[in-house]
Design a protein around this ligand. Sequence first.
Ligand SMILES: [Mg+2]
Length: 295
Amino acid sequence: MRHGYLIDMDGVLCRGREMIPGADAFIRALRQAHIPFLLLTNNSQRSRRDIATMLQRIGIPVLEEHIFTSAIATARFLARMKPGGTAYVIGEGGLTTALHINGFAIVDHAPDFVVVGEGRTVSYEQLEQAVSFVTAGARLIATNLDPNCPTESGLRPGCGAIVALLEKATGRQAFSVGKPSPVMLRAARKELNLRTEETCIIGDTMATDILGGVQLGFHSILVLSGSTRAEDLEQYAFCPDFVVDSVADLVEPLLRQPDTPLWRSLSVSSPAIPSGSQVQSGGTALPSVQKQAIS
Ligand SMILES: [Mg+2]
């Protein structure tokens, strides 16, 4: 059966600039078997090439074409909404490059859209400009609504935090393109020429990766190598199809049966658990996730 994967990056393949053990073998196994995949990130800061280079440097063998960011999804979405449009951008190179590639001009006067991405250089003047443009009628677009980003030394404010400030100041609600928005996830699936039932999302965050996958009807695998612990699952009224410790657990099934989708090989090797989620190898057995969350 044809099958392909949308794979979150941070917390799944890497933590900051550190590879999660097994990520290299996992990507190598996918490439060897010619299985289509894209690495997804909500971070709009860097371009495809920058991200591919960073991953190669830490030992993960990917190409530029394997990367799909919220900046790319946002730029393509806006190009469909208004071909040849204009944008005032709070963000960095990854976002402005993607907008240019998709025929947008970056302006600082009377823009069609105010587009907000990640960045470390945002100033009060930029926020003030953005507020005045949105008040004057520009549409407010967020590359993503992640409230913060993990760093080596803790957390820094994410795109969602800046967007919240602009929403509060203008009384307008932003439209967000990044995960869990179906706009980004559907665009990624289409880029791989996959149908919904052939697509599986692998992520470490319930509220973005798994929620988006569940909403779009993708198969889903939660890894516990990032932001979610097994016991956190009880808080959610939805659950992934499978829970594994990390992508290292997916290498062996892929090498053994490269033509079999992971959701099939994982169901054979693990008996079903009543909650709907199936836990692999070292993963802690989950209590009845859905029942507990709903009751
Ligand atoms: Mg993640």
